[in-house]
Design a protein around this ligand. Sequence first.
Ligand SMILES: [Ca+2]
Ligand SMILES: [Ca+2]
Length: 145
Amino acid sequence: MRMRNERSVRAVFGMLGLAVLMTVGSGTVASAAISDCPAGYSCLWEDSNYKTNGYDWDSANFQLYHTNFRYWDGFYSHPHVNDKVSSLYNNGRVSTAWYYVNSGFSGSFFLLARGSGDGDLGNSIGNAPGGFNDELSSACFSDWC
Ligand SMILES: [Ca+2]
Ligand SMILES: [Ca+2]
């Protein structure tokens, strides 16, 4: 599948942090769920395919960083996302986003370039590597880590 190949290539670049190269073609993966992620935010959903309990609008979103998903206190409030994120999207305006399995930007991590996401952390297909499903506890855009 064309889209799957694009996403695999982008995953490799994402791991290298080459955000500048990531903008080409980012619009081709847009879906109704991703479009619910506000511009300038990274959005996190409990389930795969950019949904929480079947609702694509029900995401936890951060604008600069979030040090501990256990205490989600932003404007876009969501209490259940710690260790439950299964899909996510970086709709930031500028930079790569970093996602960590532990609070305080520690532990294993991966990167998503601006304008990219991963619809299922439960597999290693897409922009995020495998092994991160239901594990994430903090995240930041690269200027704020
Ligand atoms: Ca989950
Ligand atoms: Ca965790």
